[in-house]
Each structure stands twice: as C-alpha cells, then as structure tokens.
Design a protein around this ligand. Structure first.
Ligand code: ISE
Length: 322
C-alpha cells in the first residue's frame, strides 16, 4: 500500500510533492523513490515526521505501528492519512483520540477508502434523499482470493478484513451498532472458513457481513441496502466484457488495489485539501471511526469465540467528533 500511495501522490495529486519515501528496507524505499521521482529516502519514520520539508504524512506501515506514528504526527502538528486500522485495540484508538482532542484540532484521517467509492456514495445518496424509505437491512459480501498466509484465522477475518464493512455500513446508515454475532461454516480442508456476522444497529436495522478470505475465484465485494420503499445494490465493477464461445465473461481484480484505485485517489485528494485548508473532509473517517471499527471487531471476535451474541458497548461520542 505504501508504494501505491506514493504513486498516487507523485502522479495523481496536483499540488502535492512526493518528498520522502520511508521504509525500514532502504533498498525498497530507494526503488520506489527512483521510480516516482521522490526527493529523498529514509528508514526512520519518526525522523521523517519531524523534518521541516515534510508538511503531511501518509502512514502505510504494519498495523501495530499506526497508532504511535499517528500520535507522532499529532505531536509534530502535521496532518496524517493513516491506513486502516488506526489500531486493532480500541484502547489504543482512545489514546490517539485523546492526543488529538488535547491538540485541539483534527490531524488524523483514516484510510477507510470505501467511503469514497462511487457505489457506496450512491447508496448513501439514495438513502439520504429518501428514495429508499427507511433503511431496514444492509447485506455485504467481502471475498478475497486467498489469505496472505496459512496462519490467518477467523478472528483475523474480523479484525483485518471486516473493519471495511464495519466502517462503511455505519457511514452509509448514519448509525452505530449495538450487538454482533458471528458464525463459521465448516470447510473440507485446513483453510480458514468464511465468517458470517449479523450486526444490530441502534436504529433497529440488521446488517449481514460475509467475509470469505479464501474465495479462490477473485476479489469480489458486493453490497445491498434494503429500505422500506426500495433497494440499491452495487453492480460489479468492470470496464469490459468478453463474448466468446457461447458465453459472456467479465474479469475480477486479484485484490482491492485495482478495485478501489479510484476511491484511493479521491480519498487522497480529500486528504490533500484537508492538509491545505484544515477542514476535515465531510465523508472522511477519523479517530472516532477508527475507535468504532476496532471496538466492533474486538466484540465480533468475542462473539465468534463464544458462539454468542455480544452487545457492543461504546463510549459516548466526544463533542470534538460530532
Ligand atoms: C485487507 O486486509 C485490506 O485491508 C483491504 O483493504 C481489503 O479490501 C482486503 O479485503 C482485506 O483483507
């Protein structure tokens, strides 16, 4: 993701300059910097955040470093676009929130890029304009070709993949979750089986999420928002169709980077405007959203492991994030 973000900054973000590429592997940083024309390379992120020729930061490092690097950006007074998750621990998200509140201004935008995807934008519009009536249900399918490694578990499907749905669904519906249950069917092999979740919202809606990290056939994201007066569903995103030998075929992307390229560009442009103006993007996600996603994921893991419905108990939304 770091190299993808660097390419967007260098090639698709008029007004921004790719100044420093930082990676603990110096050769990898140099390869990206040379390819994209960055001014400098580095291996120490804290030192990069402190540099006077760096106005803003994109964090795309391993998940467990996100919270501390975001806090370093807040301390340096620099706006940061941090890849999801802010942290997998809700308590750590709260600590970043507190640092931001203490700094008195918004610094952290999170990389929940699906909010910028046209399909979800249209779903939210249809609901907000009253064309669907009251929302009743939102169904979601999240399928990856295969897990990144053999140690991937059902709990990781909830903490690593499902946060996209946790975030975008509460954004589209404009509500919070109050309970979650989670189940897995049995596979015939040792691969991790899909996780199927049912979430209840504070407004009495039901949300279903299937995360299948070993779907084998392609990267496939689907969603349908069902209201009392109509429904809106995502159509498969594909620029062409092959007709041949009595059949018609479209292709799947192999992962999210191609499927959501346009969303990443829109998101990063919104981040740039945030850096320039200080106004937090209307549809962007921030620390509060990171906390919500992490808390729901933690509760979802408990639901899966206990086989029981678990209440989602969130703190009250701080005034700063209203
Ligand atoms: C992965 O962890 C991500 O972060 C991607 O954005 C998502 O689309 C993918 O399916 C996840 O597994």
């Amino acid at each position: 993701m770091g190299a993808d973000h660097a390419a967007i900054v260098a090639q698709e973000l008029p007004g921004a300059t790719l100044q420093v590429v930082c990676d603990m592997d110096a050769a990898r940083a140099k390869a990206v910097a040379d390819r994209l024309g960055a001014a400098d390379v580095a291996t120490d992120p804290e030192a990069v955040i402190a540099r006077t020729d760096v106005d803003a930061v994109i964090v795309a490092s391993p998940d467990f470093t996100h919270a501390s690097l975001s806090r370093a950006c807040i301390a340096a007074g620099k706006r940061v676009l941090c890849e999801k998750p802010l942290s997998q621990q809700s308590a750590e998200c709260l600590a970043v929130m507190q640092a931001e509140i203490a700094a008195g201004s918004r610094f952290v935008m999170l990389g929940f890029m699906r909010r910028f995807d046209q399909s979800y934008v249209e779903m939210k519009q249809a609901l907000d304009q009253g064309r669907l009536g009251r929302a009743l249900m939102m169904h979601n399918f999240h399928r990856n070709v295969e897990t990144p490694n053999a140690e991937f578990t059902g709990a990781m499907a909830i903490t690593n993949s499902a946060p996209h749905e946790f975030d975008v669904v509460r954004h589209v519906l404009g509500t919070e979750y109050i309970a979650i249950s989670a189940h897995q069917p049995r596979r015939s092999d040792a691969l991790v089986a899909p996780v199927v979740m049912v979430l209840e919202t504070a407004d009495g809606q039901l949300v279903t999420i299937e995360v299948n990290n070993n779907a084998a056939y392609g990267y496939d994201i689907r969603a349908e928002l069902v209201g009392e007066a109509g429904s809106v569903s995502m159509t498969p995103v594909s620029y062409s169709r092959m007709d041949s030998r009595l059949s018609a075929a479209t292709q799947y992307e192999s992962d999210w980077r191609g499927r959501y390229h346009e969303a990443y560009v829109r998101q990063n442009r919104a981040f740039l405007r945030f850096v320039e103006t200080g106004d937090f993007p209307a549809i962007g996600s921030g620390c509060w959203d990171g906390y919500c996603a992490a808390l729901v994921a933690e509760t979802g893991v408990k639901a899966l492991q206990s086989g029981t419905r678990q209440p989602v108990t969130m703190i009250e939304r701080p005034e700063f994030y209203k």
